[in-house]
Structure formats: C-alpha cells, structure tokens
Design a binder for this molecule. Sequence first.
Ligand code: ZN
Ligand code: ZN
Length: 785
Amino acid sequence: MSRRAVAVRIEGIVQGVGFRPFVYGLATRLGLAGLVGNDERGVFIEVEGGSAPVEEFLAALTGDPPPLAVIERITTGPAPVTGRRTFAIAPSAAGGDRHALVSPDVATCDACLRDLTDPADRRCGYAFTNCTGCGPRFTIVRDVPYDRANTTMAGFLMCADCAREYHDPGDRRFHAQPVCCPACGPSLRFHGPGGSGAAGDPLEPAVRLLREGGVLAVKGLGGYHLAALAADEPAVAALRSRKHREDKPFAVMAGDVAAARRLCVVDRAEERLLTGPARPVVLLRRLPDASVAPSVAPSVAPGNRWLGVLLPYTPLHHLLLRALGQPIVLTSGNVSDEPIAYRDEDALERLGGIADAFLTHDRPIHIRTDDSVVRVFRGRDLPIRRSRGYVPHPLPLARAARRPVLACGAELKHTFCLVKDDRAFVSHHIGDLENYETLRSFTEGVDHFRRLFDITPEVVAHDLHPDYLSTKWALDQDADLVGVQHHHAHIASCLADNGVAGPVAGVAFDGLGYGSDGTLWGGEFLVADLAGFERAGHLAPVPMPGGATAIRQPWRMAAAYLDLAYDGDVPEDLDVVRRNAGQWAAVVALARRGVNAPLTSSMGRLFDAVAAVAGVRDAITYEGQAAVEFEQLADPAVDDAYPCGLVSAGTRFAVPGEELVHAVAGDLRAGVPREVVAARFHNAVARVVADGCTLVRKACGLSTVALSGGVFQNLLLLGRAVTLLEERGFTVLTHHRVPPNDGGVSLGQAAVAAAMAANSPIRGVRRELSQARHTWFGGMSETGT
Ligand SMILES: [Zn+2]
Ligand SMILES: [Zn+2]
C-alpha cells in the first residue's frame, strides 16, 4: 500500500481549546503517523499513512473539530514521507505560541459538570473545575504566550494528579492551562458579619445568608456580582437602594432552561444562546403573570415586560444555584454607574456598604469583564453588550488594513478596537468613558490588547466630538489620525458586522453624535460605504433646551417639539404641560432663544419627547429609559401609522418630527388610548425609515439598507422597519456581532480607517448623488412616495 504524507496548517482559535489532543486522538484512531504542534500562527500537522485514512483524517479535521475551535484558514500541501510509525505531540518552542489567539472565557462544559456532581470524582463540589473545553481564559491571561505562567493561575503549583492529566494527550485536560483540583487549586472563602467563616464549606453560610434575605457579593469570572434571592422583595429592594440603582432592571440567574421557562418565554434561538458557551444575559419576554408570580419580586425589573436571564457559567454558580434551588438576582458589583469591582481589596472596600457578606476566592481576575447582553431578533443574535464570552474573539474585516489601526470608540458603552490585517479585535465593555477610572481601564486595555495580539497601531481613529475623553486621548497619540463621524461609524460598524463594504443607504438613529457641521446629529440617512459618506437626509433639527439637562428630562424635548408643532400656541390641557407648568414657559423661552439650547436632529430625543407627551416619563434615571418604556407601552396589534411626509431641506430631505408630535398630542387630547398612540408612532417612524431609503434608492440606485444606532435596539421599531423595507424590495443589514449602540462604534471607526487608503466605490456613487440631488423632490411628487 502506498504511503502518503501531508502537511497541514490551521489558523484561527485553535490553541487552548483541545485541538492537539483532538488531532492526536484522530490520527491514532486512524493508524496514522506524524506530529502535531502549536506555533505562532496556530496549529501545524504532519501526517502520513495510507491514502484513504489520510483523506478521512483531513475530512474530519474540518468536519468535526473541538466545539470551541474556530478554524479561520486551513492549508494543506505535500510533505516528504519519512516512514515514521507513531504520532506525537511536538513540544512548543519557547515563545512559539506568542501570537496565537487567546480564547474568550467559556462556560462550564457538560463533562466538567459531571465531575462536579460525581461523588467519586476528586473534583466533586469543586468550584474551579475546568478543562480544555471550558473555563476562564481572557479574564486570567496576563501576557502571551498563553500558558500557565502567564495567567493568574501561575501561583498555583499543579499537584501530581493534575500534572498527569495536563501532560496526557489522551486526557481532556491535556494542556488546559487553568487545570486544578481541590488539592492544588484556588479555594473559596466566605467573609461575613461573623468574620471569615471558620471551618466547613464556605458555600453553606453564603447560601444561608441569601435564604435569610441578605445581599451577597460573589466573585465571578470577570468581576464581582451582587446577589439576592430573586423572589425576595425586601432583599431586592435593599440591594436596589444600597446600589443607588433606581429603575434599571436587574438580571436574574436561573438554574437551568426549565427554571428560565418558569419566568419567561424561551424560544429555540433563545435557548441556544442561554445554554451556549458564551452564556450572555438574554433579554426574554416575561410570562404574562411573571410580575405577580412569587418567583420574581417586583423590584427586579419594575414595569418591564422583558427580563434579563442568564444561566450559571462557572462551577461556583452551578453549586450556588443548586444549593438554593431558586433564581437569584445577579447584578454588577458596583455602586451606580461605576466600573464593576474585580480586585479583592477594592471589592471589599467598595461593596462593603452594599453586601452583607462576600463569597470570594484566591484566583485573581486580570481583566475586568462584564456580562454580555443579547436579544434575539428573527432567530439571530442582536447584541446589546458584547463582552464576557465573546471578547477577544476577532471579527473578520471585508478589507484587510494596510497598516495596523487603533480605533478609540465613542463615550457611552465604550469599547475600543485594534486591527491587524483583516482581523478586528473589539475590546470588552469599558463602561461610560466619563471619568478617570474608566479612562484608565481604556488605556490599560489598549496596552493589554497591543501585547496580546502584537499590534503596534500606526493609524488612530477617533470620534469627531472634541469633548470625548477618547478623542482627547487620541489627539495625543503619535500616529496618523483619522476622525470618523459618529453616524458614519455606526453604519460602517453595521457593514463590518455583516462582512460587506457597501455602498448602502445607511439609517443611523441614536441619542446624540457630533455632526460634521458641528451640530448634534442622531436621526440620519447616509449614503455610505466604508471609506466615506454623504448626508442624504435627517430629522429636522430642534433645540435641546438646557443642553444635557434635556437628556435627563425628556419633558424639555416635549416642550421644544410641542412649541414647534403648535406654532407657539400649545394646548394647556395636555397633561405634560400641566405636570411641568412651573418651568414650562422658561424652558420654551430657552428653546426659542437658542441659548444653551443646541440644535439636534436626534431620533432618540424625538422618542423622549413623545414618551413625555404620552405620560410615560418626564425624567429618567438611566440612558434611554423613556424610549425603552415607551416601546413597551405600544400595542403591537395596532398597524396604522401617523402620516409624516419628507420635505426638502436644501440639498437633502428632512423628516418633520414636529408633525409626529402634533399627531400624538392630538390623539391623546381626543382620548385615544396611550397604547394605540405609542404603536402609531412606532409605525410612523418605521415608515419614515422606508420612505427615506426609497428616496435614496431613487436618487442613486442603492437597494441595500444598513440599520444602526441605539434606537434600533427597539425591537418593535426594528421589526416594523425591516418588514416595510423588505416589502419594498430592499436588502436589510442589521447587527449580529456587535451592538447597534455606541458599543459597536469602535469597530466602525476601525473599518473606516482600514478602508481609507483603498479605492472606494462610493466615489462613483457620490457623483451620481450630487447630480441626482436636485431631482429628488421632483421625483418624489411625480410618484407620490
Ligand atoms: Zn470542562
Ligand atoms: Zn490538583
């Protein structure tokens, strides 16, 4: 029988995920000889034997790889036949794995769960059980190459049993860097009112404390959480008041999918997300009676039809939930909007006034990483926050960057992004970049990513907003700077998310972003590709009376809009006017004078205005609250919409938002139920999206639409807009890998910077666009769009 030898190279996430044992097992089973090893580019294999088994081997490599492996590229070529008889795992050269990709943290696998509950297993009940298929990764990595000495497990010396597993290619813990057991690994500790709990299992006093209504700080993978029984109203209310978190919903950890189903509707896509290796918080529709059911106290998510649910993702969570037998609130360990605590001393100090006790351990967390949050839209992921479980997995770019790029992101929900070649490494969630502590997280994060992925940025991309800390920092860097307009970055982010380069009709609706003309944008129709954009249309600008105060007090936007809608003669019988009668005249005067009342075309502010007019909320305690509650108010059975014709505004079209506000106020005065009003408004905005895109298509032939910006986290609006656009024959791009909100902006900035040097198809479009402009509105009246 003729022997054949093949050399294989595999790139992607193939280290630290059990790839070598998989290859070893496969080759041995097929009777093949050769070797497998890790190097800086991934995994290399030389395999030789009979032609048929070699073919079978190659097919199985891609057909059935280890569950956590992500194969980005596989290349094969002939190799000299050496006549060797055995298969071996080659030792890694020192520094050889240096640039291999670090995996995200992975939820406890089924095999480790079995170890955890098997009385005969030495890891039974052990809170740090892991293997090559699961466990901490990104959160414990200090440096590359990824081996134990460069993780926060370095201080734990493997016992003989663990070392045997670690070195056995047939074992599922072969080269699992965080491998450990009760004899050699980290241990749990309980710090309670009675001191540091003496003998016995630290889990017991922790469980007792929760059962008795206490608030427990629990050290997780990426930081500390605060826990309380989800059914215990006084406990949850106490947690809320101590944390100074007034209304923003808490997430709930349920023991398993069945327990989640007792609280919420869980469809197949949601179940896949809940039980998958990333284990994000999944926003689920609550069961109709869930607010009165004893399983979730009213203070968990006040007045919310949705509930954020996650399943246990570490052995410690599994042990805790199993012992309790009921769901817990599990929320970030912080006060108000500060970053989540992740260092032990800092946590004890900062959370001491909130938690009654601490369940902690001695495995350090290197990088603070918040839980990810995801919704499901039409069976696919719609990320709200991309962090633990997803980061630092790179996203592929449609166009490779000629030079390495650092994109500094925006301000709220901040992330940054580093690009090398065609890979974009979007960072974990940094938080709202508004103070020294988050700024430091940002700069330390950049240094860490640069080291992990060996990227020295030559181009630095940033927002145009001169006051963002990220912009100021960027301007100090010694690199080529690229300023990227905020909403262009949103659309570019949606393009990169979908792996396309454009051009498209981009609809970017969000709270606020700095416009190229120095005003505040946020209701934008752009003709855009990665390299550039034209502003085709926008929401008609209105004053924001009091500037930032108008963001916290949506009724001020109602005042500005109503003043325009009624031409200065606002009906006094409107509830929003009555409720704010004391300040109404002064705020309207502010808006009219235009002093401390910057103009904005923001769709988020229009939602705020309408929510206030409809009596949802005059002031907010967290970003987007009025709009979130307004969405939930809407009756999804209502299909009709308020009329809103697009009008000419110089070379662009404008959306007269005050017409919508007028219609809303009119309906409310006529006694139309608020649920119907909210639905009609959502339907009207969806129609505005479709009408605007239809105008753009008429002008320059673009029939692909990209929807981005925080407003598109609104599933009612997103669903209706996508349906309308598809009915009109558009291809619609939405977000699936990075959030539509500002958490995705860094990817967009990076994609723009990477594409700047390349030739751009938008140039052709731009010419067509300028020729077409003057015909847009003529065309509109001809066909009556
Ligand atoms: Zn495992
Ligand atoms: Zn051990």
